[in-house]
Design a protein around this ligand. Sequence first.
Ligand code: HEM
Length: 148
Amino acid sequence: MKKRSLIVTLALAIASLPSIQAASHEGGDHDHTALEDQMSAMNKAWRSIRRQIKDPAKNDSTLEFMAKVKKAAQKSVDMTPILAKEMSGAEKKKFMAGYQKAMKNTVGLIGDLEAALKAGDNVKAEEIVGKINDARKHGHDKYKPEDD
Ligand code: HEM
């Protein structure tokens, strides 16, 4: 075998090793969930929002990021967290009701934040960012696996 094709073969073999694939995936030990996809989309836009929330000159751009966060949060309301997939009966019902209430409340806060930005009230907007961060922390503490 030529040296170059040996290198290609080795590279392909290494890339297909399961341990390496798992290590390159955030979380890694389970299938990627639809809710994780929405959360990742939200996370990217949310970071930009937090960075520029104080700057009224950036409000149009912030509102564009907000539209992404809102869409992902709205979709998330009807999704099932991975923890609930192991549950059944009353336990599952209670978990899902709590999750949906928390996510709907977050969608409400996102609406409030949009309204504050549209009104050019960046002091209020910053306050609501804090409330959404609290909602995220609370939501993750209660509904997200700890090791994720
Ligand atoms: C600005 C708000 C939020 C951001 C930026 C955010 C971000 C994230 C990120 C980055 C992950 C990990 C995704 C991955 O592993 O690929 C995640 C997971 C998760 N988040 Fe959020 N989150 C937010 C709000 C919330 C709220 C309010 C709740 C609950 C009411 C929530 C529930 C969850 C759950 C359950 C998971 C685990 C995914 C699953 O079970 O399938 N998040 N979030």
